[in-house]
Ligand binder design. Structure first.
Ligand code: NOJ
Length: 669
């Protein structure tokens, strides 16, 4: 009886399948290496896509489309009016980055859809298949029946074929993406923001993120009915509207990186390839740099941002920092608290910030010329308290003043859960503001390091003056976080989650772990791990965050002096997300290599082969490592520094202490 029933069910399913095939219109685009296939189908009820790699379903049929103007669906009743296919293959150079050349190689399928009803609204979907993943975006062409409209919901889904585990941070909970990343099965996720890093079987990875977020809302995802089907959730305006649009209009790219291992995942440049080429003609001024700052002193309450006895940004103190930077090959000095607006509750009264008026004890003219005479760049600071209207009103005058004074780098900040007390940072409102700042900065020759950003999506390809961003639970949490600071595994997760969205201004480099303000909070690493992080977590603006007095006469600081911030090549030599990472990078301006190895709370023994070095060449290796007695909890400073001559045949055994690491410089001889 049971067998008969199963046979009947099988036959029934087969008939349904035949019917789908008979009514479906089906289109394909295949990656250049032939391994990845995107399939797009149109039925009366829906438009859907699926993805396969090596013949295996990765994304099952998933819905596409929109709900617009509150209750009008734009996801069914379509017919295909035109399709076209094209291929693209170009290698472009980055003005700065983790490697010099990036290959942008894909096959494209463009589908033009029109509603069969008399509304006849049109929607195009463009798919691209790359060797390292796939992407798609929606285009709303200019048309007579759709002009100004509201996106009430984006219906895009990613029906993952397997309920694997994903590394995520929640959307809407916490602020500025400053959460600890957690691993959980896809079906158990909360509403999360992207990037979402999924660990698949056999050491493979899938990354869900977006590229070229322009005049749109940030994409978040949630599992539909606790399944592995993720649906898009766009961050709304305070009105509840997701996106205000006017045709012609395009969405950001939805992208899926498919990687066979951690190195491929890390080195995928899909996100950058999906952004527009560089808009800045002369990029020679876009110079990566290390920097120190009148900064940690504020977080440790030695200095204040505001005026008074503890004011940090004084002319005299800034000169001390400039001298230290100049003596130790550090390119820049960040000065926070130099301008009017910090006195009182600056988060509440962000609109009191002036971006042109220095405090009386900060002689901006003298300091810029002093910095210049010492070959050091002053890095300006524009904390807005989230008052973007106040900031936008001053943008032109502030940036042209900085330009006149020769201040080329500006760190921006938006400390307030809401922009202008109303809108979320990652709403379309926020996205528009950040874009305006980047574009105005580009016109004025200003490089931006943006804190409290919308999650990066690769805009630095188009505007490489957007050099680094925060959007991470960074080192400042080791100053004042009530939970004790960043746990040791945090930095073993960040490179493969937030780090995949772009340069991360984490601001490590603490040498003195004593915290007199919050004694229970501290940097939960060893000293050697602080050094290794300069290689493991990428930013072309890399801070040495501690006070100069904590660096003086410490031989470990030599590594920070030596380590570059601009790279020709990057290799992930080993790692497991959340457990350990070993990264090697080649300097862009020499043949030197640098290696960083870090571990979580567990000690670890690793073997590192130097077969990435140029064959036949000798290198002087300087190694900074934990000793057998080192432990982040009670003996963090114990470090062994030694030299050795090595070549591409060398392999070394490393011991990483609990919460520890190893930093290695390899200077070509
Ligand atoms: C938060 C930023 O992340 C931090 O770096 C800065 O010092 C404060 N805001 C003040 O602007």
């Amino acid at each position: 009886m049971r067998n008969k029933y199963l046979m009947f069910l099988g036959l029934f399913l087969l008939i349904i399948q035949w019917n789908i095939q008979a009514t479906n219109k089906s289109y394909f685009v295949i990656s250049p290496n032939g391994k990845t296939v995107v399939n797009f189908i149109v039925t009366d009820e829906s438009i859907q896509y699926s993805v396969q790699k090596n013949g295996k379903k990765i994304i099952n049929y998933s819905r596409l489309g929109f709900l617009i103007n509150a209750d009008e669906s734009l996801c069914s009743g379509f017919e295909v009016i035109k399709t076209s296919k094209s291929s693209f293959d170009e290698t472009w150079n980055q003005p700065w980055g983790e490697e010099i050349n990036v290959r942008n190689h894909y096959n494209e399928l463009r589908i033009s859809l029109q509603e069969k009803s008399d509304k006849e609204r049109q929607l195009n979907i463009v798919f691209r298949a790359f060797d390292d993943g796939i992407s798609f975006r929606y285009e709303f062409p200019e048309q007579k029946n759709l002009s100004d409209f509201i996106i009430s919901d984006e219906l895009t889904e990613f029906a993952l074929a397997s309920n694997d585990s994903a590394w995520t941070i929640p959307a809407y909970k916490g602020v500025y993406y400053e959460n600890l990343w957690k691993k959980a099965p896809i079906s158990n996720l909360d509403t999360v923001t992207t990037p979402v890093t999924i660990e698949m079987e056999k050491g493979k990875f899938l990354l869900l993120h977006e590229a070229n977020l322009t005049d749109y809302a940030k994409m978040n995802l949630f599992p539909v009915k606790s399944s592995s089907r993720l649906k898009v959730d766009l961050t709304p305006w305070s009105t509840g509207v997701k996106v205000y649009a006017k045709t012609p209009f395009v969405s950001p790219w939805r992208m899926i990186v498919l990687a066979d291992n951690l190195n491929q995942l890390y080195n995928s440049r899909l996100m950058l390839n999906l952004n527009d080429p560089c808009m800045i003609k002369d990029t020679s001024w876009l110079l990566p740099s290390k920097y120190i700052g009148i900064w940690w002193g504020m977080h440790m309450e030695k200095y204040s941002w505001s005026q008074g006895a503890k004011h940090g940004a004084t002319t005299e103190n800034t000169k001390k920092y400039i001298d230290f930077a100049s003596n130790h090959h550090i390119g820049g000095v960040l000065v926070e608290g130099w301008n009017y607006g910090w006195d009182g509750d600056w988060v509440k009264f962000g609109n009191q910030f002036s971006f042109t008026k220095p405090y009386p004890d900060f002689d901006i003219v003298e300091l810029t010329s002093y910095a210049k005479s010492k070959g050091v760049e002053l890095i300006g600071h524009n904390e807005t308290g989230g008052a973007t209207i106040n900031y936008e009103n001053q943008l032109d005058s502030a940036f042209s003043l900085y330009r006149k004074l020769g201040i080329k780098y500006v760190k921006t900040g938006y400390v307030n859960p809401l922009l202008d007390k109303k809108e979320r940072h990652d709403s379309q409102y926020g996205v528009r503001h950040y874009r305006k700042v980047i574009e105005t900065a580009a016109r004025n020759g200003i490089i931006i390091d943006n804190h409290e950003p919308v999650m990066p999506t690769g805009l630095q390809r188009t505007y490489p003056n957007l050099m680094s961003q925060e959007g991470v639970r960074g080192q400042e949490y080791d100053a004042w976080s009530q939970d004790g600071g960043n746990p040791p595994d945090h930095t073993c997760i960040v490179p493969f989650t937030r780090g995949l969205a772009g340069p991360t201004d984490f601001t490590f480099g603490t040498f003195n772990f004593t915290n007199t303000v919050y004694p229970k909070t501290r940097v939960q690493t060893t000293l050697a791990k602080q050094l290794a992080l300069y290689v493991v977590i990428y930013s072309p603006l890399q801070m040495a965050s501690d006070l100069p007095e904590n660096y003086e006469n410490n031989p470990a600081f030599q590594f920070i002096e030596d380590v570059p911030v601009d790279w020709a090549e990057t290799i992930i030599l080993g790692g497991k997300i959340g457990d350990y990472v070993v990264t090697a990078r080649k300097d862009k301006n020499s043949n030197n290599w640098f290696v960083g190895a870090i571990t979580d709370e567990n000690s670890r023994e690793l073997n590192v082969k130097f077969d990435f070095l140029t064959k036949g060449k000798k290198y002087k290796m300087k190694i900074y490592k934990d000793t057998i007695a080192t432990n982040w909890k009670n003996n963090p400073y114990s470090i062994e520094i030694s030299d050795k001559i090595v070549d591409s045949k060398t392999s070394i055994d490393l011991y990483l202490a609990p919460g520890g690491g190893t930093a290695i410089s390899l200077f070509e001889l």
